[in-house]
Design a binder for this molecule. Structure first.
Ligand code: FAD
Length: 304
């Protein structure tokens, strides 16, 4: 059975972009936007970090997408280290720019235990704050249409006591007003299916979109493990380590990502979110291998 026969509505397609930290990286991001934009994604997400330089870079990239492209941005936002007032202002700024989708997260805690952790301890409070801003902004928002996404974890979040606890946290995020969730990276297709089954059993009804990464670098795979706590897949790591060169590593990463995407669609995934590392080629090869249809707007979780 093909993908199109299987799904009632076409699945959504989205990409994650990283705001350029240095001016030299800007051209690569603009090129990635152009190439990925040609595949007609439903939305493009922009990562966020609360340091002043990176925050400016995130907002600038979101603004570029709104002003100069036809792509819908999904602006990531984190509440760690922030006051309620600063977040309120930032959400208003994003809405004022024309943003209609926000991915609300807590962010990683600072290593220094003495550092200010912010006034909102968990992502669900940020979801609530965004909904409050939305309520006070309904005139500008054309019917109050703001979509709020959250993070979900196929493998236990490093701070969490259990996988089931993460599922309960997802329930609380939906109750706070989240419309959809995007998963953390994972390497075993069964982990996405397990998350969806556990979430549905616990009462989660929002779409849970698999986050898939075409991984073609050993160094990046190891760094990712440190950043996310997700153990690298041993077989993938071995194949990458013993590959004959860059082209083969890319083929291995694309094939593995396409396999995860296909398995997620077989498990009923409502869309596919690709972590791109601003490298459009690997992501485009993944969607070519999966055979995603070109018209997708029906199931987009981010409104126009
Ligand atoms: P929360 O949902 O607040 O959970 C954090 C921890 O607290 C978890 O262990 C959870 O189990 C626990 N917890 C939550 N509620 C409670 C409660 N009531 N009582 C007890 N414990 C609780 N980070 C960035 O900095 N910038 C980005 O742009 C970014 N993009 C991401 C995109 C995706 C798709 C994903 C999956 C992650 C992204 N992250 C990003 C990483 C994310 O910020 C981290 O994983 C962070 O550590 C947790 O964020 P969260 O929103 O899941 O937090």
């Amino acid at each position: 059975m093909t993908l199109t026969q299987q799904q009632a509505a076409p699945p959504s397609l989205s990409y994650e972009l990283y705001p350029p930290a240095r001016p030299e990286a800007e051209a690569a991001v603009l090129r990635a936007i152009e190439e990925l934009g040609a595949t007609n994604p439903d939305y493009v997400s922009v990562t966020y970090s609360g340091t002043p330089v990176r925050r400016r870079a995130s907002v600038r990239l979101v603004e570029h997408l709104v002003r100069n492209t036809r792509l819908r941005p999904l602006a990531h936002l984190t509440c760690v280290g922030e006051t309620r007032d600063s977040l309120d202002l930032l959400v208003r700024q994003l809405v004022g720019l024309g943003v209609r989708g926000v991915l609300a997260m807590r962010g990683d805690l600072p290593a220094d235990p003495e550092a200010f952790r912010g006034e909102l301890p968990f992502a669900r409070y940020l979801v609530e704050l965004i909904r409050q801003v939305e309520a006070g902004h309904s005139a500008t928002l054309a019917g109050g249409r703001l979509s709020v996404g959250v993070a979900a974890y196929p493998n236990r979040h490093p701070e969490s006591p259990s996988f089931q606890h993460d599922v309960e946290v997802l329930v609380s995020k939906e109750r706070s007003g989240a419309n959809f969730a995007i998963t953390q990276v994972y390497f075993d297709p069964a982990h996405y299916a397990r998350l969806v089954a556990a979430a549905r059993a616990a009462g989660v009804t929002i779409p849970i979109i698999p986050g898939v990464i075409p991984m073609s670098s050993v160094r990046r795979l190891e760094r990712l493990a440190v950043m996310t706590g997700v153990r690298p897949d041993g077989a993938l790591l071995h194949r990458l380590e013993t590959a004959s060169g860059e082209a083969e590593r890319r083929r291995i990463g694309v094939r593995a990502a396409a396999g995860l995407a296909r398995a997620a669609f077989d498990a009923g995934a409502p869309g596919l979110h690709l972590y791109t590392f601003n490298d459009p080629r690997a992501s485009i090869e993944v969607i070519d291998q999966v055979g995603l249809p070109a018209t997708r707007t029906l199931s987009s979780p981010v409104p126009a």
